[in-house]
Design a protein around this ligand. Structure first.
Ligand SMILES: Cc1cc2nc3c(=O)[nH]c(=O)nc-3n(C[C@H](O)[C@H](O)[C@H](O)COP(=O)(O)OP(=O)(O)OC[C@H]3O[C@@H](n4cnc5c(N)ncnc54)[C@H](O)[C@@H]3O)c2cc1C
Length: 383
């Protein structure tokens, strides 16, 4: 009997396993893919993640970006943000996830790859987890099986999550064109309806992505071609195309079901402004592990502790949704926001990303709204 079985070896699963195994628990990760596996993701790890992890991820960081360029094509705006600490660390998720998994293994986690979980049954005092290969018994399960995992389906939960489409192309381009794009994290608004496009440079290639907050029906691949033109990319030396979904919280209240805790994308915890999901996946993985450790294996206590902790994330996501409304709700509203406050907003978002400030601190206090929307245009000129 395992103490905890974790379904999925993404960042949420790996960090939960690390914390549990480090505390002496008997932990098994079940992963359906062959490892290391590709994950459709920009691989941008925002700098506040370094405060969450018990180890450094430097060995898998392909480049550290101190600069970000934000374009609004609809209004011909360009904001440049620079910091003296890295704003985003660029990784490939295959390497990052494998690195984190290796850390979990080093402290005693057992890992079984090519082991797809196909069913979960809660029994009296334990859970039976069935894979295509065999079945296992465990006291608790952490479901970290991502946005399309099976846990919620098997539990019969209609999880309240808004799933939006996103694509990521891994491209190799000519050296001179690459060198124009590899020093900054670039975000482009006003190209994809209700969304944005980005360029995340890696050591020798670019991860170029697009997403839309609109309902399915928008052909992101069509916008990708247009985006290449905007970027001045004339030739792709190689290209790998990937598409997936990003899940945003949309009113879900419960994240624990008996002896099963949902973490990361399985719980729908991506940021509705930036679509960043790694930091919330890691945070929820840590919360899940701590809840098990501190709950002393009592199912009710473990769930209570987890729900209490997850509320901290939900509070942040609630305030993030306010900002997302201003940016994505309508082109008219975004024009107003970007024209009047684009520079300030870009700086504040960078402060959120670097962990200097939280959404809740930024927006909870009405005085901070005034700070954000300071009517600089109506200020008297200094004499
Ligand atoms: C195009 C795109 C770009 C993105 N860019 C960024 C970015 O730059 N920065 C950022 O912070 N976030 C980004 N995100 C979001 C981020 O990728 C996710 O929020 C994050 O990966 C969630 O991690 P996770 O561990 O919860 O799930 P995942 O990383 O999805 O891991 C889930 C794991 O579970 C496994 N699994 C699934 N089902 C089963 C099963 N039945 N049995 C066993 N194993 C199973 C999967 O194979 C997988 O390994 C992006 C998302 C997309 C789609």
């Amino acid at each position: 009997m395992y103490d905890v079985i974790i379904i999925g070896s993404g960042v949420a699963g790996s960090i939960a396993a690390y914390k549990l195994a480090e505390a002496g628990k008997k932990v098994l990760i079940l992963e359906k893919e062959t490892l290391p596996r590709y994950k459709t993701c920009g691989g941008g790890v925002i700098s506040k993640v370094s405060e969450l992890l018990p180890y450094k991820i430097d060995p898998v960081v392909e480049c550290k970006l101190y600069k970000s360029d934000i374009y609004d094509h609809a209004n011909d705006l360009h904001f440049i943000i620079e910091r003296d600490i890295p704003i985003i660390n660029m990784t490939m998720r295959s390497s990052l996830d494998h690195f984190m998994l290796t850390k979990a293994r080093e402290v005693g986690t057992e890992i079984k790859e090519e082991n797809e979980v196909i069913d979960i049954n809660e029994k009296n005092g334990f859970v039976e987890v069935i894979t295509r290969n065999q079945s296992y018994e465990t006291k608790f399960v952490i479901a970290a099986d991502g946005a399309t995992g099976i846990t919620t389906r098997k539990l019969g939960i209609q999880i309240k999550v808004k799933k939006i489409p996103a694509i990521e192309h891994e491209v190799v381009i000519e050296k001179d064109q690459f060198e124009k794009l590899n020093k900054t994290a670039r975000f482009d608004f006003g190209l994809v309806p209700n969304g944005y496009a980005w360029v995340f440079p890696k050591k020798v290639h670019l991860s170029i992505g697009l997403l839309t907050m609109s309902k399915p029906g928008i052909n992101l691949h069509q916008y990708f071609k247009k985006y290449l033109e905007i970027l001045g990319i004339t030739k792709l030396l190689s290209e790998e195309k990937h598409g997936y979904i990003i899940p945003f919280h949309s009113g879900q209240k419960n994240f624990s079901y008996g002896r099963i805790l949902l973490a990361g994308d399985a719980a729908g915890l991506a940021d509705p402004v930036t679509a960043e999901g790694i930091s919330y996946a890691i945070t929820s993985g840590i919360y899940a592990a701590n809840s098990f450790i501190n709950g002393k294996e009592n199912a009710e206590t473990v769930c209570k502790l987890y729900e209490f902790e997850i509320k901290k994330i939900l509070t942040e996501l609630k305030y993030a949704r306010y900002l997302a409304f201003l940016i994505y709700k309508s082109p008219l509203l975004r024009t107003f926001v970007f024209k009047m406050y684009g520079e300030k907003l870009s700086n504040l978002m960078t402060d959120v990303i670097t962990g200097k400030v939280k959404y809740s601190e930024l927006l909870k206090n009405p005085l901070n709204y005034l700070k954000l929307f300071k009517l600089t245009h109506f200020k008297k000129n200094p004499r």
